[in-house]
Design a protein around this ligand. Structure first.
Ligand SMILES: C[S@@+](CC[C@H](N)C(=O)[O-])C[C@H]1O[C@@H](n2cnc3c(N)ncnc32)[C@H](O)[C@@H]1O
Length: 260
């Protein structure tokens, strides 16, 4: 995952950091209900979306490569009512290599999972996995950030301060800041997330997050050349067109009839 494993080493921190992110959960849950299920989630993380889908009455298979994320998902799963719990199947695996002997009416990759497919080969493997698991007429839904030219032009040595963040274990309030660097050839942005301990320097730490950037027309071309047609390409989960104020581009695609 080109330097992003550290970002997914702490499932409790992940859940705390994104606990208010709900608009995407509602979007994917609605698609899941429309599909009738079962749903395949690639890059299921801590189960943020998968568990909501199960609570809405739809069976879901979640694939995740990082053990700490899966362990957090497992803990959350144990707190669900029995009926919802029985609808969730979590598996450790690499989405690029996944080959279940099952087809799904809906495959999803919520919250920037596709930004961890860094090269053309990674992307081809990811799309091949989706093609392999989609039922005829099924949908593939995912979202990635809209590249922000201001962010991509940031000076790598400049520190962007982000206030204080409490750690979920121990409650220490770290001083948080970020450094950004962007390689315009590979289109990979690296964000160094710096957590400074208020008193003990040796407790400070830094985690890199690397994300492949996708420009909108490029993403539609990638889908086309990997056998899909775009059903919708919207901004931020609310059905609005993409503008320069959009944060996430949200895509729903189907297999093209003449797909490879
Ligand atoms: C930003 S998180 C999103 C998690 C979840 N979908 C959500 O909405 O909260 C991205 C997840 O994708 C996982 N991931 C990245 N590359 C993967 C791969 N090749 N196979 C399986 N999981 C992967 C990461 O470990 C991480 O948990």
């Amino acid at each position: 995952m080109t330097g992003s494993e550290a970002h997914y080493e702490d499932g409790a921190y992940y859940d705390q950091a994104y606990r208010q992110r709900r608009h995407d959960v509602r979007f994917y849950t609605r698609l899941a209900v429309e599909s009738g299920g079962p749903v395949l989630e690639l890059g299921a993380g801590t189960g943020r979306v998968a568990l909501a889908i199960a609570k809405a009455g739809i069976a879901v298979v979640g694939i995740e490569s990082m053990s700490p994320m899966l362990e957090q998902a497992q803990q959350r799963l144990e707190r669900l009512p029995r009926a919802a719990r029985d609808r969730v199947e979590l598996r450790q695996g690499d989405l690029a290599r996944l080959r279940l002997r099952r087809k799904f009416p809906l495959v999803i990759a919520p919250f920037n999972v596709w930004m961890h497919l860094y090269t053309r080969e990674d992307l081809e493997r990811g799309f091949a996995t989706v093609r392999h698991h989609l039922r005829a007429g099924g949908r593939f839904a995912f979202d990635v950030l809209l590249p922000d030219p201001v962010s991509l032009a940031r000076v790598p040595s400049k520190q962007y301060r982000g206030g204080e963040v409490p750690h979920p274990r121990g409650g220490v309030r770290y001083r948080y800041s970020e450094y950004f660097s962007y390689d315009p050839v590979t289109q990979i942005e690296t964000i160094m997330m710096d957590f400074e301990h208020p008193k003990q320097k040796e407790q400070s730490f830094c985690t890199p997050l690397t994300q492949r950037q996708f420009f909108p027309a490029e993403l539609e071309a990638l889908l086309h050349y990997n056998g899909f047609e775009v059903e919708s390409h919207i901004g931020d989960f609310d059905g609005k067109p993409i503008t320069d104020a959009t944060e996430s581009q949200v895509l729903i695609a189907r297999l093209r009839r003449s797909s490879p």
